[in-house]
Structures are given as structure tokens and as C-alpha cells.
Design a protein. Structure first.
Length: 512
């Protein structure tokens, strides 16, 4: 990519009229995905009570979305480069809204898992398209940094809006209503996006290689599934076979990309140290955070006894910190350095997770709220700057594929985090000893999940002993996972400090 400092008059000509209004449409898509991700965690206790999933099914409900989206993001990002990012964004938004209805009315754990998987297919079209369109809307690097900051801040705001609105809905309606809030956002996005968003695509895209699409999907799903099963149940023939199949598919995928004239993903992007460092930082960060975040709402509601709305409000500091930090991240990175901002942000998250190892059933809110605020600030700085680095490392024509790599790292990290850290929480929890005299049926239900323990104990004359044992085991698993997450984040900070050395954000206006 060529970058120069150019006269202000020329730079002004290259600034697309209406770009900020177009950005407002893109952030609606981000809001759609962010709200959906957060309300699921809040609704998990209700889904558990109503659909009665097993512990394994509950994990699948939580992470199958990430499995599918991780497998399809690169393919969808490349498809957007070919058929048009606006077109793919609008089609994906309609599909996202329609499949949200299926999630809302799922009547069995199996149907819920299928609905979440289909939502992953639709979701894979949204995030890469939004970042790629930003890359093509904003040619001035400083404006683009601000636009990316707004994009990231909206995602963080969605994590705040989701629990609060979801909590209100859960206190007044059934759990399926939290998925229906996607519909009005989708309608506004499509109606306004048709008029405001410019179409952009690669002018010489080449064919969309379906073999590469299949290899990418099989590879990602195979590896994540293998890791998940091995973490939950120990190594087995099935988990090893899935992991090996996934690894073989990804190896074939990489080899194929290197031989195609127009690859689905240009592997040469990874030769850029800044690009690779930013992608790795995103992957490790989400891996360390996601397992903890998935169980946090259950801790607030089922351990500390907060209502869903109160639990949603309790998670606000993380979103507030991320919004504020995201909006100033580009300015701070230019004043100091990219690696200082990213590595510092990741280290802050790691230390905050370390503080959460002190959680107990009766922990007061100041410790939790303070830790969440630090997590939000660290994430706002690091994610905004890494997104800027990734987009700045490629030509505009490759924006969709590069954005997809960024989002794939995010979703793969989420899937692995829920699989590994979530399985640790579940494993520690399921090992608790039920009080003497507890019937085998009640004990079995209680060991499946904390939600199962709450429901099973409701029929017991002396439920407190069983609940206390279950809650203690759950908190033990949560704090153990927080400790592992802290170690992962500190390792990510060190890696970012090394890999992002000398990396700078652009200051001049690029050639259109």
C-alpha cells in the first residue's frame, strides 16, 4: 500500500461525501452482532431452566455460533470483495434478523444449537463487510482511525445495551424475547443502508474457489471441535480424529492458496509483521477473556442472586471503559506508539483478570466493577489499534479478506476460550460432592450445570446445603479460569510488544 502526505486540497477531494452517515449504518450492523452475543450469556440460566440442556449441550449453545462463524469468515470476507460488500452486508442482515426469530422460538436444545449455527452463517457476512467498507469509505488515516474507534465503541456499547435491554426483557417476558430485539435494528439497517452505503468490491476479483471455502470450514470446525471435546472429556479417538482432520484441511487450504492466481486468502499478508502481530494479539486476548465472560452472568445471577437487569447493569463498566478508550486509541497510539498502547492494554486486562481470582460467593461489587472497568479500557485500546493496523497493512481491494482474518482471530479465540476455559469451569464444577442424603437423580441434575442445581434444589426441603456446594464449586472453577486467562493475556502483551516493534499508524492521506 502506498502512503504519502499530500496537500490538504487534494486530500479533501478524496473524502467521500456522506461517509459519516454511511458509518452510522455500518455501526448498526456491529450493534446487531454485539447485542446478540451479550444477551445469550444473560439468558443462559433461563434457557437452561426451560430447555433443560445437558452441560455439553449448554456449551454447544454458547460456542457453536463461534464455530461456524470462525469457519466462514474468511470465505465471506472474500465473497464480499467479489460480489460487493454492501450487497453481502444487506443480505446477511436480513438473514440475521430472520434466524433470530428461529432462536427466539427454539423448543429443544438441539433446535437451539441448530439456530445458533445458522446465526453464525449470517453473522459471518456482517463484521468483515463493515470493516472493509470503512477501509474504502475513509482514505484519510486519521479519519479512518476515528471511524474504527467509533466502530469498536459501538461494539462495546452493544455489550452494554444488550445486558440492560436483555435484563429488562427477561424480567418482563420469556427468554426468547432477547433475540427478537435484533429485528428493529435489522429493519433500520437495511432500509437506511440501501440508500446511504456505497457499493465497493475488488475490480479484478477472480473466481470464488469453493474448494477453499470447504477446506476453511472443515479445518476451523474440526480443530475447534477437537479441542473442545478433548478439554471437556479428555483425549479420545473422536476428538483426535476431528483435530487431525481439521489440521489436514487447513494445511491443504494454505497450500492451495499459495498456488491459486486469485486465492481466497492471500497468505502473503502474514509476511507483514504488524499484520501477524495484530492478528495474534486479538486471538490470544479473546481466548483469555471469552470463557470468563460466558460464565460471568451466571455468577451474578445464580451465585450472587442478582436479577437479570441488575446483572446487566453490573457489567456496564467494561463497556463504558471500552467506549472511552476506543475513541481516543488512535490519537494515543500516534502520540506514543502502537506497541505501547496494545501491549499496555493487554497487560491491564491480564492484571484485572488476576484480580478476579479473588472472587467468592460474597465478593462486593467494587472489586468486580473495578476489574471490569480496567478490562474495558484495555480492550478498547488494544482492539481499536490492532484493527487499524490490520486494515492499514493491505490494499483497499483486499480489505474484505483482511477484515475477515481479523474477525476470524476474534471468533476462533472466542470458540477456543469457551471450549477450554468453559470446560475448565464445567470440569471443576461437576466434581463437587453433593450433601449426604441427596438422591441420585437430584445429584445428577445438579452436576450438569449450576442452573440445573438451582432447579433441582427447588424441590428439596433443605436446599441450601446443595446450593452452597454447587455455588462454591462454580466459583472455584471461575477463579481458576480467570487465573489462566490472566496468564494468557500477559503472554499476549509480551508477544505484542515484540511483534509490533516499529509499527506506526499512518498520518498522511493515501492514494484513492
Amino acid at each position: 500500500m502506498t502512503s504519502t502526505v499530500r496537500p490538504a486540497a487534494v486530500a479533501e477531494v478524496e473524502k467521500r461525501p456522506g461517509r459519516w452517515l454511511a458509518l452510522s449504518v455500518l455501526v448498526l450492523a456491529v450493534l446487531l452482532v454485539a447485542v446478540d452475543a451479550t444477551v445469550l450469556g444473560l439468558a443462559t440460566p433461563y434457557i437452561s431452566e426451560d430447555l433443560k440442556p445437558s452441560g455439553t449441550q449448554l456449551l454447544w449453545i454458547g460456542d457453536v455460533y463461534s464455530f461456524v462463524i470462525a469457519g466462514l469468515l474468511v470465505s465471506m470476507g472474500s465473497l464480499g470483495d467479489r460480489v460487493g460488500r454492501k450487497k453481502l452486508l444487506l443480505i446477511g442482515s436480513v438473514a440475521f434478523g430472520l434466524v433470530s426469530v428461529l432462536n427466539a422460538y427454539a423448543s429443544t436444545p438441539e433446535l437451539m444449537i441448530v439456530a445458533r449455527a445458522l446465526l453464525g452463517v449470517a453473522g459471518a457476512t456482517l463484521m468483515p463487510a463493515t470493516l472493509a467498507l470503512i477501509r474504502n469509505l475513509f482514505h484519510d488515516p486519521r479519519e479512518r482511525s476515528l471511524a474504527i474507534g467509533i466502530w469498536g465503541a459501538t461494539a462495546s456499547a452493544g455489550t452494554a445495551v444488550g445486558p440492560v435491554v436483555g435484563g429488562f426483557l427477561l424480567e418482563h417476558f420469556w427468554w426468547g424475547s432477547v433475540f427478537l430485539i435484533n429485528l428493529p435494528v435489522m429493519v433500520v439497517l437495511v432500509l437506511v443502508g440501501v440508500k446511504l452505503l456505497p457499493e465497493s468490491r475488488n475490480p479484478e476479483p477472480g473466481p470464488w474457489d469453493l474448494t477453499s471455502v470447504l477446506l476453511s470450514l472443515v479445518g476451523m470446525v474440526g480443530i475447534v471441535y477437537g479441542v473442545k471435546e478433548a478439554a471437556a472429556h479428555g483425549p479420545s479417538g473422536e476428538s483426535v480424529a476431528a483435530g487431525l482432520l481439521g489440521a489436514a484441511a487447513l494445511f491443504w487450504f494454505v497450500r492451495r492458496q499459495l498456488t491459486l492466481n486469485t486465492p481466497l486468502l492471500d497468505m502473503r499478508l502474514f509476511r507483514h509483521r504488524g499484520f501477524s502481530g495484530a492478528v495474534l494479539a486479538d486471538l490470544l486476548t479473546i481466548l483469555g477473556l471469552s470463557g470468563l465472560v460466558f460464565f460471568l452472568s451466571q455468577y451474578l445471577q445464580l451465585v450472587q442472586g442478582r436479577g437479570p437487569l441488575e446483572a446487566g447493569l453490573a457489567e456496564l463498566p467494561a463497556a463504558i471503559g471500552a467506549v472511552v478508550a476506543g475513541l481516543i486509541a488512535g490519537t494515543v497510539a500516534r502520540r506514543y506508539s502502537v506497541r505501547a498502547v496494545v501491549a499496555g492494554g493487554l497487560a491491564a486486562i491480564g492484571l484485572a483478570l488476576g484480580a478476579l481470582t479473588l472472587l467468592s460467593q460474597s465478593t462486593g461489587y467494587p472489586l468486580l466493577g473495578g476489574a471490569l472497568l480496567v478490562v474495558g479500557v484495555g480492550a478498547g485500546f488494544s482492539f481499536t489499534v490492532t484493527a487499524d493496523v490490520i486494515l492499514s497493512s493491505v490494499r483497499k481491494e483486499q480489505a474484505g479478506a483482511a477484515s475477515a482474518v481479523s474477525e476470524t482471530a476474534y471468533e476462533l479465540g472466542a470458540a477456543l476460550g469457551i471450549a477450554l476455559l468453559g470446560s475448565i469451569v464445567t470440569g471443576v464444577y461437576s466434581g463437587f460432592t453433593a450433601p449426604a442424603g441427596t438422591s441420585p437423580d437430584v445429584a445428577a441434575a445438579a452436576h450438569e450445570s449450576l442452573g440445573g442445581a438451582v432447579e433441582a434444589s427447588a424441590a428439596l426441603p433443605e436446599a441450601e446445603a446443595l446450593l452452597n456446594a454447587a455455588r462454591t464449586a462454580f466459583v472455584d472453577g471461575l477463579t481458576f479460569a480467570a487465573g489462566i486467562g490472566a496468564a494468557v493475556l500477559l503472554a499476549a502483551s509480551a508477544a505484542a510488544w515484540v511483534l509490533l516493534r516499529g509499527q506506526k499508524l499512518e498520518s498522511g492521506t493515501e492514494h484513492a
